[in-house]
Design a protein around this ligand. Structure first.
Ligand SMILES: Cc1cc2nc3c(=O)[nH]c(=O)nc-3n(C[C@H](O)[C@H](O)[C@H](O)COP(=O)(O)O)c2cc1C
Length: 344
């Protein structure tokens, strides 16, 4: 994995598509998970975990922006609301080679609310518009916003439209909409991803009302059939938890949504392709368990998958654990082609 210093600017990938993306997820969409995801699909747009503007500006910038060029197309998600800081971070995103910069207006955690980050910003559309406009002025990258359909106390259709219209007037063309409100007091972030009911029809209606905007739908999507249904009404689908827990799903994305053969035909092939990367990470001093925890879902639902997971869980944390743990875990599962992919 390389750190790209600002002077080593990579051109943004051309032809980026938001038809299918994996959601930003703290602690989950780490560079290690993203590397695996990219081995499974060339076209899926990947998002980083959220990084706050404060962390990027005052913390270890190189560490927070670290990624491998193999992960492209890759969007950086920012958390923040101060226009000047957002602009500064959008510039960094471009210098470090990201393909898109996204603003988080969906995260309901208390910790971020105190700093005017995340879903609470849905109550401050002018502030979001100001931030988006500053980001657009600062970079050539596409600037996108990920938000909810509302927050408690501000959950009417008209308020959602006011938000979208103000942010669109600031220059944002792409809205990634988690199709439920966030309840800012009383629910944990996890509950806020399950309890408020999904209202997909609101997202469809946004697309009908603003046909010139790119509207991506997110929340509770699990299968390709569901994706196809949503794509009848919106421009793209974003999957979070299902893509993480069952990453092999991503191997079907290129055939299913882009008319291309999958980059790998078996789970074993994907994991074997990851070995040189894992080795170079281990050499850098990364603990195996920090990498292997993102591989646990790869054999989800197939015979031997449980043994694979158990072997890694029991061995990857041991002192000095290395690549042999992954190789031994692989031997617990029989290799067989996924017919759906082999035929594509
Ligand atoms: C562990 C976890 C961490 C998350 N972190 C973020 C984040 O950093 N930024 C963000 O916009 N959303 C975050 N989310 C929300 C997801 O991006 C997504 O909107 C949500 O999970 C709904 O999609 P899904 O039902 O497909 O998972 C997170 C979700 C999970 C499960």
């Amino acid at each position: 994995m390389s750190v790209l210093p600002p002077e080593n600017t990579m051109p943004p990938t051309t032809g980026l598509s938001r038809r299918f993306s994996v959601a930003p997820m703290m602690d989950w969409t780490t560079p290690h998970f993203r590397y695996l995801a990219r081995l499974l699909s060339r076209h899926t747009l990947l998002y980083t975990e959220m990084v706050t503007t404060g962390a990027l500006i005052h913390g270890d910038t190189q560490r927070f922006l670290r990624h491998d060029p193999a992960e492209y197309p890759l969007a950086l998600q920012l958390g923040g609301s101060h226009a000047g800081e957002l602009a500064q971070c959008a510039k960094l995103a471009e210098q470090f080679g990201f393909d898109e910069v996204n603003l988080n207006v969906g995260c309901p955690s208390d910790r971020v609310q105190n700093n005017m980050i995340g879903a609470c910003l849905m109550g401050h559309p002018d502030k979001v518009a100001e931030g988006v406009s500053a980001m657009i002025d600062a970079t050539n990258l596409p600037v996108t916003v990920k938000h909810r359909i509302g927050i408690n106390g501000r959950e009417s259709w008209d308020e959602l439209c006011e938000f979208v219209e103000k942010v669109a007037a600031a220059g944002c063309r792409t809205f990634i909409v988690h199709a439920r409100i966030a309840i800012l007091e009383g629910l944990s972030p996890k509950e806020n991803r399950d309890i408020p009911p999904l209202k997909y029809d609101w997202v469809y209606r946004l697309k009908q009302t603003y046909p010139d905007l790119e509207i991506i739908i997110n929340g509770g999507i699990k299968t390709f059939d569901e994706c196809h249904d949503h794509l009848q009404h919106t421009d793209g689908v974003m999957l979070g938890r299902e893509a993480y827990h069952n990453p092999w799903l991503l191997a079907g994305v290129d055939p299913e949504f882009f008319g291309e053969r999958a980059p790998v035909q078996t789970r074993h092939e994907a994991l074997r392709a990851m070995i040189p990367f894992i080795e170079s990470e281990l050499e850098r001093g990364v603990f195996l368990t920090h990498i292997s925890r993102h591989l646990l879902g790869l054999f989800h639902g197939i015979p031997g998958g449980r043994q694979f997971r158990r072997y890694i869980s029991e061995n990857a944390h041991k002192r000095g654990a290395g690549i042999e743990v992954i190789q031994a875990a692989l031997e617990k599962v029989r290799e067989h082609e996924n017919p759906a992919i082999a035929e594509a």
